[in-house]
Design a protein around this ligand. Structure first.
Ligand SMILES: [Zn+2]
Ligand SMILES: [Zn+2]
Length: 146
């Protein structure tokens, strides 16, 4: 039996497939199935997107990004200083681009999508999470709010 191997990649691939293919090429340790993406979209719709941070796949991806960045805050690094990173941040926010939730790089631009940051830089990235009242512990940003 002869298995035909196409000499070049098909020109047209459905978006979801293309995402999976490019994703695999980016060497991320895990990838999201379309079923999981649907579940994540539902969670966002109902305001429960923080449950995503409990997913094992997220924890694997998070650890991978941290290791790649050697636990160094990438935003501080760009400003020429060192701080230890404690959070992996979604540059395109999870709510806006759930399809990139487990992508270290945005497959369309090749730019970083997940990066390790310190708590201080992370709070600058999320002004929407600023505490309405200073020193109110109820509104302290949790580490897992990536
Ligand atoms: Zn920082
Ligand atoms: Zn973030």
């Amino acid at each position: 039996m002869i298995i035909r191997v196409p000499s070049e990649a098909p020109r047209y691939v459905p978006t979801e497939e293309r995402f999976v293919l490019r994703y695999t090429m980016a060497n991320d340790p895990v990838r999201m199935t379309s079923r999981e993406l649907d579940a994540l979209r539902e969670m966002i719709k109902s305001g429960n997107e923080k449950r995503f941070y409990d997913w094992t796949k997220w924890q694997i991806e998070r650890d991978y990004v941290m290791r790649c960045d050697r636990h160094e805050c990438q935003q501080c690094k760009r400003r020429g200083r060192y701080r230890r990173a404690t959070i992996v941040h979604h540059i395109k926010h999870l709510k806006d681009r759930p399809d990139l939730a487990l992508c270290m790089y945005d497959p369309d631009t090749g730019e970083r999508q997940l990066e390790s940051v310190c708590k201080i830089c992370h709070e600058e990235n999320h002004p929407e999470w600023q505490r309405p009242i200073q020193n109110n512990p109820r509104f302290t940003t949790e580490e897992r709010w990536d």
